[in-house]
Design a protein around this ligand. Structure first.
Ligand SMILES: *[C@@H]1O[C@H](CO)[C@@H](O)[C@H](O)[C@H]1NC(C)=O
Ligand SMILES: *[C@@H]1O[C@H](CO)[C@@H](O)[C@H](O)[C@H]1NC(C)=O
Ligand SMILES: *[C@@H]1O[C@H](CO)[C@@H](O)[C@H](O)[C@H]1NC(C)=O
Ligand SMILES: *[C@@H]1O[C@H](CO)[C@@H](O)[C@H](O)[C@H]1NC(C)=O
Ligand SMILES: *[C@@H]1O[C@H](CO)[C@@H](O)[C@H](O)[C@H]1NC(C)=O
Ligand SMILES: *[C@@H]1O[C@H](CO)[C@@H](O)[C@H](O)[C@H]1NC(C)=O
Ligand SMILES: *[C@@H]1O[C@H](CO)[C@@H](O)[C@H](O)[C@H]1NC(C)=O
Length: 692
């Protein structure tokens, strides 16, 4: 029973199977004890990739010896051209001391772009099964000298060519190989190994082979389509679907670094369905003694914010459009403010289209303790967000398999991703070190945010909390007085939050509405802001009709019961207004006049202004509507005196209208009504004749 519970993970099952095999088959060699495996890797700097490698090694209890830490790198730019000889020089030096340990197995691997997916016992078992003294990683692409392709032994199936990112072998044999090195640090390591391997004599005497079917080593270059994540209970592996193998070492060689980053968001135990994120709380900062200094930056609209919050910040700089900076230059300049000030701990960048609703955002980001981290923000109801899950080979957008789950927070964690924009936090120390090359925002022809991903530092997005939203700014028309009023289509959530009354939803949950006269319903619908901005918008437009019978704005040109008003259409607000009716009035109609589904058609939508010196009241009349809404836009006693509405049939008056509350009553037959005189000040109401 113990095996049944413990051995749910595939690799354990393999271990079980092979131990059975070794007891049944006396000719099988004894297992190499895991203490006999030594991992050697060259790393001159503790890059993010190196730290991740060490984390995966620690998880499996590998014994790792790091060579060259702190030494200058002279091995060339291996990402773009040949090089890497320094790695062999360091390995050669290290092997001299190990050469006579005949039973020591040495695993030499890269570390900046490589992780472990399986443990030492598994690697040793697979090494023994390979039945050679030295096994190199293999790949499907020949590098760096394509002319050597023909000299490789042919293989019936599997990868044909050598990759030097992973080598495993007995110490004396490895030593025999690397002791042949007499080239320069910037000569090519892979070419050196290739030439030794392609020499038939050496291949035999040093008993070398390649891991053709990715039993131990998975190189991702040219093989991204062959691999999948395989989720177990405690561990996530990479599975090679071509050879049906579970490689124990995964190497993001060539331009597959971003893909490795994606795999390493899961492998070996970073995230699983059962346990979620297992490293999210590693190395978090204790913020009991908060906080650093923030530079905030941009535009005139934040002036008010600054006046209210200046105590929170120690300095502030506003850069307006008059400075004529390109977006990239502006972002560089913002970062420079932090970069050049040794006391700047963090740089927080937020664009105007980000709406953070979580007040803890900065604290949560700082706590997470990453060099670059952003909060996930998404466009409401869309899959549009501020990060990309993957990059295509030409460096543009590609959708990762997990993108939708991360955006919808079905997978929650801190994710290493290739591209992020709109809002992020960067450590000041990183700006002064890894990111001191200030020009990464105006690289090539990329978008300024796009370029942020091209610097080798891991960039994370967290969706561990709900942080806020991305606002759509594409169709933001700035020609109105209060432009946000027009955003009901583009940014409906923000529109609702700003303009709909706080207690509107209680109409449905708690029957939060009144019936002051028969069939006259009274309910909260507009926020203070909605009322104020609509009045401002009308006064800004200013062409009040004057309450005349002749009215060119309506069919027939004659109004029997005219008011002093402005139509929604006159300010270009009719489409938005009708949408408001359908979204927020129709549900109330259905509730109070059950079975009546309004289509929300309304030709007459207007704001009326009552003042004692122009028009103070409206004589009794019927409305040309199925039903009417009448929303009070300002406050009795504060803004005006008098006012209200009287329904004759019921001898019923409502004399204390409430700002933001709407009446809803039948229009044509039963509800003859009048507008009671406004005796002082100015009263505004918004009215719609809805039909049907
Ligand atoms: C690593 O060693 C620790 C302590 O001996 C042990 O608890 C853990 O299970 C080991 N990890 C693996 C993956 O074997
Ligand atoms: C290679 O080594 C294995 C054992 O490690 C041995 O069984 C095999 O015969 C060797 N092959 C050659 C060609 O020497
Ligand atoms: C702003 O920069 C653009 C392009 O660099 C240039 O054409 C324009 O004249 C500049 N405007 C001002 C006011 O300097
Ligand atoms: C909503 O209702 C609560 C409780 O009745 C009240 O305290 C609050 O002021 C109301 N909100 C507004 C905006 O009127
Ligand atoms: C912006 O609003 C103005 C005023 O309503 C209108 O004339 C203009 O066409 C609008 N622009 C766009 C791009 O919709
Ligand atoms: C209307 O109501 C008022 C009191 O609210 C009352 O004084 C008056 O007599 C009523 N009128 C009719 C016609 O019922
Ligand atoms: C009318 O309102 C103004 C201020 O809004 C106030 O000063 C004045 O006394 C009011 N007049 C009357 C007759 O109530």
């Amino acid at each position: 029973m113990e095996y049944l519970t413990f051995c749910f993970v595939f690799s354990c099952w393999m271990k079980f199977a092979s131990s059975v095999y070794s007891t049944d088959a006396p000719q099988a060699p004894a297992h190499i004890p895991k203490e006999k495996l030594l991992v050697l890797t060259v790393a001159t700097e503790e890059t993010d990739g190196f730290l991740r490698f060490m984390q995966s090694a620690k998880y499996f209890n590998y014994t790792v010896k790091v060579l060259g830490m702190g030494e200058g790198w002279k091995g060339g730019d291996v990402g773009r051209s040949i090089g890497g000889g320094q790695k062999i020089r360091l390995l050669k030096e290290a092997m001299e001391a190990l050469a006579d340990q005949e039973d020591l197995v040495v695993l030499s691997v890269d570390s900046y772009d490589l992780i472990f997916a399986g443990g030492p016992e598994e690697i040793l078992r697979k090494f023994q099964q390979a039945n050679h003294k030295v096994v190199f990683a293999a790949e499907g692409l020949v590098w760096p000298d394509k002319k050597l392709a023909d000299q490789y032994p042919s293989v019936r199936s599997g990868k044909r060519y050598l990759n030097s990112g992973g080598i495993i072998g007995y110490a004396p044999y490895i030593n025999s190989i690397v002791s042949q090195w007499n080239l320069h640090d910037n000569d090519d390591d892979q070419l050196f190994y290739t030439k030794i391997y392609l020499d038939p004599l050496q291949r035999q005497t040093l008993n070398m082979t390649l891991d053709h079917k990715c039993q131990i080593f998975q190189n991702l270059n040219g093989a991204v389509d062959e691999v999948l994540l395989k989720f177990g209970t405690d561990r996530v592996r990479v599975r090679n679907t071509m050879y049906d193998s579970l490689p124990a070492v995964v190497h993001g060689n060539g331009n597959t670094k971003m893909y490795l980053n994606y795999l390493a968001n899961y492998v070996p135990n970073a995230w699983s369905y059962e346990h979620g994120c297992s490293h999210c709380d590693d190395d978090v900062l204790d913020l009991t003694h908060c906080c650093g200094k923030f530079e905030v930056y941009h535009e005139k609209h934040i002036q008010n914010f600054w006046e209210e919050n200046r105590n929170v910040f120690s300095s502030f700089k506003v850069v307006g459009p008059e400075e004529n900076l390109s977006q990239g230059e502006a972002r560089n300049m913002g970062m420079d403010l932090c970069r050049k000030d040794a006391t700047c701990d963090y740089y927080f960048s937020i664009d105007s289209d980000v709406m953070l609703t979580n007040r803890q955002t900065l604290k949560l980001l700082i706590e997470q303790n990453r060099k670059i981290i952003g909060p996930l923000v998404t466009r409401h109801g869309k899959l549009w967000s501020n990060f990309w899950g993957a990059l295509s080979l030409d460096g543009y957008y590609a959708r990762s398999e997990d993108y939708v789950d991360i955006v919808q927070r079905k997978r929650v964690g801190v994710w290493n991703i290739p591209y992020m924009a709109h809002v992020y936090l960067v450590k000041g120390s990183a700006l002064r070190n890894e990111l001191k090359e200030r020009n990464f925002f105006i690289l090539e022809k990329l978008d300024p945010d796009m370029a942020l991903c091209r610097n080798g530092v891991f960039m994370y997005i967290t969706n561990r909390h709900d942080f806020g939203r991305l606002i759509s700014t594409a169709n933001y028309n700035i020609s109105h007085y209060n432009n946000d009023l027009w955003q009901i289509f583009e940014n409906p959530v923000d529109w609702k939050e700003k303009y709909i009354h706080q207690n509107y939803t209680r109409i449905f949950t708690e029957n939060y509405l009144e019936e002051p006269c028969p069939d006259v319903y009274w309910f909260p619908v507009f926020s203070e802001k909605a009322c104020d901005e609509l009045v401002e918008e009308m006064e800004h437009y200013g062409s009040w009709s004057g309450g005349k019978h002749e009215d060119k704005r309506i069919a027939g040109g004659y109004e029997t019961v005219p008011t002093d008003d402005i139509h929604m259409k006159q300010i270009g607000f009719d489409k938005e207004w009708l949408h408001f009716i359908r979204e927020f009035i129709s549900p109330v109609t259905l509730k109070v006049f059950s079975g009546y589904y309004t289509k929300g058609y309304a030709i007459m939508n207007f704001v009326v202004k009552y003042t004692p010196d122009r028009q103070a009241y409206l004589r009794p009349h019927h409305d040309s509507s199925t039903f009417t809404i009448n929303i009070a836009l300002n406050n009795k006693d504060r803004d005006f005196q008098g006012g209200g509405c009287r329904f004759h049939r019921y001898n019923c008056s409502i004399e204390s209208p409430r700002k933001g509350w709407s009446f809803m009553h039948p229009g044509r037959l039963t509800h003859l009504h009048e507008g009671l005189p406004t005796t002082n000040g100015t009263r505004y109401i918004a009215v719609s004749f809805i039909d049907p």
